[in-house]
Design a protein around this ligand. Structure first.
Ligand code: PRP
Length: 192
């Protein structure tokens, strides 16, 4: 049974995403000949689905953790600052931390987390991201492994959301408010 959803334009279909994720798995295996020395850290919520898929292509038994990073945009006291929570028990001293991201946009999240893990004693921090939007970069961050470079689209699905919606979509689509409003008949899912 196919899922009922607004007809958003598909940017990257599921087969393309799964093929690229497998390719990234192979790239990581060749870049880190002893993957058991890696500490894999998934940046939630957005990276959860990509990370789960990526792990299927790496040896079983790797150490995987989750860390939450949230940005506060304009209009808040901490504009532009990325707050980190969770990940307290991660023992990264002298090890290589592999940050797993769904998308790198301004680069602030990666910049903040790289500093966080280097400050905690990691020997090295590397990044694997499914998507990168170079045109939006504000901080010049190194991205060791990436899946797709995309233009400045608002993308959702495969873990990415708009206000908590559509993370479950199996592919990556372009979010369009008008398409969504028409699909829901102008009545978005307003709580009763
Ligand atoms: C998104 C995405 C990245 C971050 C990238 O997370 O998952 O973590 O933004 O943006 P940046 O390069 O500008 O820092 P978001 O804050 O939407 O939280 P979420 O992952 O919980 O959806």
């Amino acid at each position: 049974m196919s899922q009922s959803k607004p007809p958003f334009e598909v940017l990257l279909d599921r087969d393309t995403l799964l093929r690229k994720t497998a390719e990234l798995g192979r790239e990581i295996l060749s870049a880190y000949p002893d993957p058991s020395s890696l500490v894999v850290v998934s940046i939630i919520e957005g990276a959860r689905i990509f990370c789960r898929e990526l792990m299927r292509h790496l040896p079983a038994g790797l150490e995987v953790h989750e860390i939450r990073a949230s940005s506060y945009g304009a209009g808040t006291v901490s504009a532009g600052r990325v707050e980190v929570s969770g990940g307290d028990g991660i023992d990264c001293a002298g090890r290589t931390v592999l940050l797993v991201e769904d998308i790198v946009d301004t680069g602030r999240t990666i910049d903040r987390l790289r500093a966080h893990f280097l400050g905690a004693g990691a020997a090295r921090v590397a990044v694997v991201t499914l998507l990168t939007k170079p045109s939006r970069r504000e901080v010049d961050v190194a991205i060791e492994h990436h899946g797709f470079e995309i233009d400045d689209h608002f993308v959702i699905g495969f873990g990415m959301d708009v206000a908590g919606r559509y993370r479950e979509l199996p592919e990556i689509v372009l979010y369009d408010e008008a398409v969504e409003a028409e699909f829901f008949g102008g009545a978005m899912r307003v709580a009763e």
